[in-house]
Design a protein around this ligand. Structure first.
Ligand code: ZN
Length: 141
């Protein structure tokens, strides 16, 4: 597996972030399928062959648990690992506001245009799953 995740030489700070990304990639947090969840969503990135299935369990108006299953490049898997950690305990109302910049902040290194899709895959799964969940709830009422 090729682990080159950015081009050119990195600054010392970027090097730390790079190590962090590889750590999340090799030892992913929250990588499991939960027994139950409020919503889940599967996203593919055909360009790179990445796959992320995101699970979110809500309790009241907060995220109680979040996890994922997936395979693909270091950036896609590390960002899912970081994102599921980050949204635990977060109010549901703030999930929608999670943006590209938040994910890029967590990754901490400059991401090329091709890798951006990899980085945003888990966020996309979160937003789509949430959208579907909200839509279903609206219909029930
Ligand atoms: Zn990828």
């Amino acid at each position: 597996m090729k682990e080159q995740i950015s081009e050119g030489s990195l600054s010392e700070e970027e090097e730390i972030y790079r190590e962090n990304i590889l750590d999340h990639y090799r030892n992913p947090r929250n990588k499991e399928k939960p027994e139950s969840c409020s919503f889940q969503h599967l996203e593919h990135n055909p360009v790179c062959g990445d796959r992320i299935e995101l699970f979110v369990k809500l309790s009241g108006s907060r995220v109680e648990e979040s996890s994922f299953l997936g395979e693909g490049c270091a950036i896609s898997q590390a960002s899912a690992s970081m994102l599921t950690d980050k949204i635990k305990g977060m109010p549901v109302s703030e999930l929608q506001d999670m943006a590209k910049e938040d994910v890029l902040d967590m990754l901490g290194i400059s991401i090329g245009i091709v890798r951006l899709k990899c980085a945003m895959l888990s966020l996309k799964a979160l937003h789509k799953g949430l959208e579907q969940y909200t839509e279903n709830n609206r219909k029930k009422q």
